[in-house]
Design a protein around this ligand. Structure first.
Ligand SMILES: [Zn+2]
Length: 343
C-alpha cells in the first residue's frame, strides 16, 4: 500500500510500504477514506532530524473497518469509524475518567504506530479507540465528522480546560484550525464574548462566522493592552492557547484576568513556562494538554449531524495521497488552513 513517510525536515515522500495488518488480537485494520495534515505535523516538517527509516505520518482519519482481531467486539468489518489521534483501551483508570490520552495501554498514531496519511492503518485497542459513525463514507458532513479525530475535539478541550461558560469572556490565541475550532467550542459552551488573536484575513473571516465577537491582530504588549480594553480592563476569564510557542503562551497568561484559567492545547515548543510570576500573583490556573478527543466524540457528534456546528469549514484544500508532500508545503507556507487527504 502507499503511505506518507517523513525522512527529515521538509522531506515528505509517498512510498510503497507493507500492507497494514492485524498484529495483536485487539487490533483492527481500517481502510482510510479521509485523512488530514495537522498543524502539529508541521513542527516535524520544520525541525525533524534526518532518519534512515523515516516516520510514518498522520494521526487523523475516518475509514472503513477492513478486518478485526479475535478480541475486537465493538466494531465490525464494514463499519465507518472515526480514528482519534491517540489509541486507548477505553477501560483503564485514566480512560474511565475521560483522559484517554493517558491510557496505560495507549499511544499515538504517527508515533508509537504507523500513521494514517496512508491507504490503510493498523489501529491498536480497536474497541476503545474507534467510534462508529451512523452515516455512509461519502456523506456530505464528512469534513466536519473528520474534525472529531482531532481539531474539533482539541478546540473543545481547550475550552473545557479554560472553563468557558455563560457570563465569561473567552480569548483564543491562534487562528489555525484548532484555534478556529476553539472559537466554535467557546460559543457552544456559552461564552459571553469571544476574542480571537490572529492575523490572517481568511482565518479571521471564518472565526467571525464561527462566533468570534472581536479580533485582535496586533502582537505582544499591544495585544495584551487591546484584550484588556475589550474585557473591562482586567483580561479574559478563559483563554484558549492553541499555538504552543513560548510567545503565544506568554500572551495567553498575560491576557488572563486574576483568578482566570488558561486551557492550553498547543504542543509546547519550550520546556519552561513563561510569565510564571504573573500567573502566580494572579492566581491563574494553567490547565490543558493533549485532548482526550475519544471522550468528546459522543458529545460533539449530534451537534455536527444536526448542523449546529460546522467545524469542517476549516478544510480549504482537498488532495489525493500522492499530493501529500505539496499539502505539507501549502500548510507550512500558510497557503492552506487545513488540508484534507482522500487516499
Ligand atoms: Zn485506557
Amino acid at each position: 500500500m502507499h503511505a506518507t513517510v517523513m525522512y527529515r525536515a521538509g522531506d515528505v515522500r509517498i512510498e510503497n510500504v507493507p500492507d497494514a495488518a492485524i498484529v495483536d488480537p485487539t487490533d483492527a485494520v481500517v481502510r482510510v477514506t479521509r485523512a488530514c495534515i495537522c498543524g502539529s505535523d508541521l513542527w516535524q516538517y520544520r525541525s525533524m532530524k534526518p532518519t534512515d527509516g523515516g516516520r510514518r505520518m498522520g494521526h487523523e482519519a475516518i475509514g472503513v473497518v477492513e478486518s478485526v482481531g479475535s478480541h475486537v467486539h465493538s466494531v465490525k468489518v464494514g463499519d465507518l469509524v472515526v480514528m482519534p489521534f491517540a489509541y486507548s483501551d477505553g477501560t483503564c483508570a485514566f480512560c474511565s475518567q475521560g483522559l484517554h490520552t493517558s491510557c496505560i495501554q495507549g499511544g499515538f498514531f504517527g508515533g508509537e504506530v504507523a500513521g494514517a496519511q496512508a491507504e490503510a492503518v493498523r489501529v491498536p485497542q480497536a474497541d476503545g479507540t474507534l467510534f462508529p459513525l451512523p452515516v455512509g463514507e461519502d456523506h456530505v458532513l464528512m469534513p466536519s465528522l473528520l474534525t472529531l479525530s482531532d481539531v474539533m475535539g482539541t478546540g473543545h478541550h481547550a475550552a473545557v480546560c479554560a472553563r468557558v461558560g455563560p457570563g465569561r469572556i473567552a480569548a483564543v490565541v491562534g487562528d489555525g484550525a484548532v484555534g478556529l475550532c476553539g472559537v466554535i467550542a467557546a460559543k457552544r459552551l456559552g461564552a459571553e464574548r469571544i476574542i480571537l488573536l490572529g492575523r490572517h484575513p481568511d482565518r479571521i473571516a471564518l472565526a467571525r462566522v464561527f462566533g468570534a465577537t472581536d479580533v485582535v491582530s496586533v502582537r505582544g504588549d499591544e495585544a495584551v493592552e487591546r484584550v484588556r480594553e475589550l474585557s473591562g480592563g482586567y483580561g479574559a476569564h478563559s483563554v484558549l492557547e492553541c499555538v504552543g510557542h513560548g510567545e503565544s503562551m506568554k500572551t495567553a497568561i498575560q491576557i488572563t484576568r486574576p483568578g482566570g484559567t488558561v486551557g492550553r492545547v498547543g504542543v509546547p515548543q519550550d520546556e519552561s513556562m513563561p510569565a510564571s510570576l504573573q500567573s502566580f500573583y494572579g492566581n491563574i490556573t494553567v490547565s490543558g494538554g493533549p485532548a482526550p478527543v475519544r471522550a468528546y466524540i459522543a458529545e460533539l457528534l449530534p451537534d455536527i449531524l444536526e448542523g449546529r456546528i460546522e467545524p469542517g469549514r476549516v478544510f480549504d484544500r482537498v488532495i489525493g495521497l500522492r499530493d501529500v508532500p505539496q499539502g505539507y508545503q501549502a500548510m507550512n507556507e500558510r497557503k492552506a488552513i487545513k488540508v484534507m487527504v482522500k487516499p
